[in-house]
Design a protein around this ligand. Structure first.
Ligand code: SF4
Length: 296
């Protein structure tokens, strides 16, 4: 059972809007994340090796959000709210608590735009509210000329292979079902894209799998793709580097030495790999005529 906690603030103003995710604000209604992705950047001793066990529900989040958005709207501080940056808004427990659904109702009321980032098909439940936000949200002045939508929806994929999904993101909706949800979202005519973060070296960044990813998302008619490679941190038992290396040892023993070699002293792939990766992504975006940013 998740812990129930009360918070003083739930809407976080970012220092600077990130050009990839366009976040003026972030909103995390849950703390920790039962999707349990091994590569997740929130990993570390704070939450433990099984993120589901440290899951908390911010039970007073809606009341606080209502107050915080009221104050921001009064000062005309409209901006895109990213839901979520450090958990998924559509975890299994969202079916019971409906915090994301209630938050969207408050967001409709205050007319803020949103960017939903998820690995779940539960988002389909909230298409009705998301349509309302899409039509009525007030964009920040500097985005009005560049973006004419109040809702952006990014599905996050590190692979399209269900077997690898079960290994590396064991609690999330399977990639095949996630893809079905993505296709439904596109059919609803939302501004929809894919965050391919991270693509897994030698597993989902092979030439074959990259073409599968790009051709699949092209066929889905997404508006953009946001690819990035893997970063892994820490050597403690709950850290992403330790957990990923254990999983590689178990499921991809032939890759163990390569991963050890690349990540033994650092948190990212070496410069030559990153250079080649970035070049490849530009080429693939060109080949498949896919945008590599939300605003272009
Ligand atoms: S869904 Fe996102 S926040 Fe949750 S474990 Fe995976 S990467 Fe982390």
């Amino acid at each position: 059972m998740p812990r129930e906690i009360e918070v003083k603030s739930v809407l976080n103003k970012t220092k600077k809007r990130d050009s990839w995710f366009l976040d003026d604000y972030t909103l995390n209604l849950y703390s920790s994340c039962s999707f349990n992705c091994l590569y997740c950047y929130i990993r570390g001793s704070k939450y433990g090796a099984n993120l589901e066990k440290s899951l908390s529900v911010k039970t007073n989040a809606i009341e606080i959000l209502d107050r915080q958005l009221f104050n921001r709207a009064k000062k005309n501080q409209y901006g895109i709210i990213v839901i979520s940056s450090a958990t998924d808004p559509y975890l299994q427990i969202e079916k019971k608590y409906e915090l994301t659904r209630e938050a969207l109702k408050v967001i409709v009321k205050h007319k803020f735009p949103v960017h939903i980032i998820t690995k779940s098909d539960l988002i389909e439940r909230d298409f009705d509210l998301l349509h309302q936000i899409d039509e009525t949200a007030i964009l920040p002045p500097d985005l009005k000329q560049k973006l004419d939508r109040g809702v952006i929806i990014s599905f996050s994929f590190s692979t399209l292979n269900d077997k690898d999904g079960k290994i590396f993101e064991p609690g999330a909706t399977l990639p095949s079902n996630r893809l079905k949800a993505l296709n439904k979202t596109v059919k609803e005519k939302f501004l929809t894209g894919v965050s391919m973060m991270p693509l897994l070296p030698f597993i989902s960044d092979t030439t074959e799998h990259l073409h599968l990813l790009f051709s699949t998302f092209k066929a889905s008619k997404v508006n953009y793709v946001l690819p990035a490679t893997l970063t892994l941190y820490g050597n403690g038992p709950a850290d992403s580097k330790t957990l990923m290396l254990n999983a590689i040892r178990k499921s991809y023993p032939e890759l163990e030495n390569r991963y050890l070699n690349y990540f033994k002293n650092g948190y990212e792939m070496p410069g030559f790999y990153q250079k080649a990766f970035n070049k490849k992504m530009v080429e693939l975006c060109k080949e498949y005529q896919l945008n590599n940013s939300i605003i272009h």
